[in-house]
Design a protein around this ligand. Sequence first.
Ligand code: MRU
Length: 352
Amino acid sequence: MTEFKSNIRTIEWIDNVSRMVDQTVIPYEFKYVDIETGQQMYDAIQTMIVRGAPAIGIAGAHGVALYALELEKENLSNPDFIEKLIEKSNYLISSRPTAVNLRWAVEKQIELVKNTQSDIKGIVQELIENGIKLENEDIEINKKIGDFGAQIVPKGATILTHCNAGALATVGYGTALGVVRSAYAKDNTIQVFADETRPRQQGARITTFELVMDKIPVTLITDGMCSYFMKKGMIDLVVVGADRIAANGDTANKIGTYTVAIAAKYHNIPFYVAAPISTIDLRIKTGEQIPIEERSHEEVTNINGKRICAEGVNIINPGFDVTPNDLITGIITEIGILKPEEILSKVSKQNS
Ligand code: MRU
């Protein structure tokens, strides 16, 4: 446990492997795994060894570089190399459908491949360097999100968060927890309430782990408790991450976020989303069009490998839900805090 520091890299390219923190074993163990092939990367994303939208974006960029290293050994012609790499990249994108950062980062790599004049050896090198560049940018972006976000945290506030949008969901520092980190650096009387986040318990397992390690006061609550504490006046604002934000500001995040947003609106509590603009998908007009990942039923029927319900029960397990834009006070990005209705104009301008 003691090895974790929020300034570590959750995922890093080192000596032609992608080294990542294994998030399936936190908080019992803190260990790294080396991902050496494109297929291993697909599996690591799907089994959630690496998770969190920005982190799986970087995993996607690394995955393309790993596939390129493999294809380089096949002595293909340049067009065949590119065709096969695009095919593998599309396969990689299919490993997790909701978080758009995966598609975004893989497409950045493909764009590079399509526009370069380099030979295969040169392309491989450029893909590796681009992956490292995206890694470095992720941390800088999160610090900017943190600094913008800290401005809206009242003195001594209690911030409720759902799931894990921390250092471990990104390359480092975090988005929602980046806001917490920046706010705490200015005012060490703030504290966090962390939702457990069933079924996979990223809040209980990962968010509380990060914050305890950083000595930021955190209280773990189960998902059904949030409105109880809101009614008691014990929550001042909500800050969550995002997996995909539509052009109108509708936001997909971990299942249960929508419930928190409804409760926040009812109790007049500001509800903020913290995310890089790479999470904003202008190709999607509203949240209705966001694909929702359906995950294994065992995540619901079992806790720590032990079945908790009767055999024969029906199960549905959507991994994410969509919070409609009218429940969102603002979206904290690296270019400032945007109202949902400002997204289309401000982000299109930024992307042009
Ligand atoms: O299924 P997960 O653990 O990848 O889901 C993570 C979340 O929903 C996060 O809140 C989101 O990816 C933002 S991470 C900065």
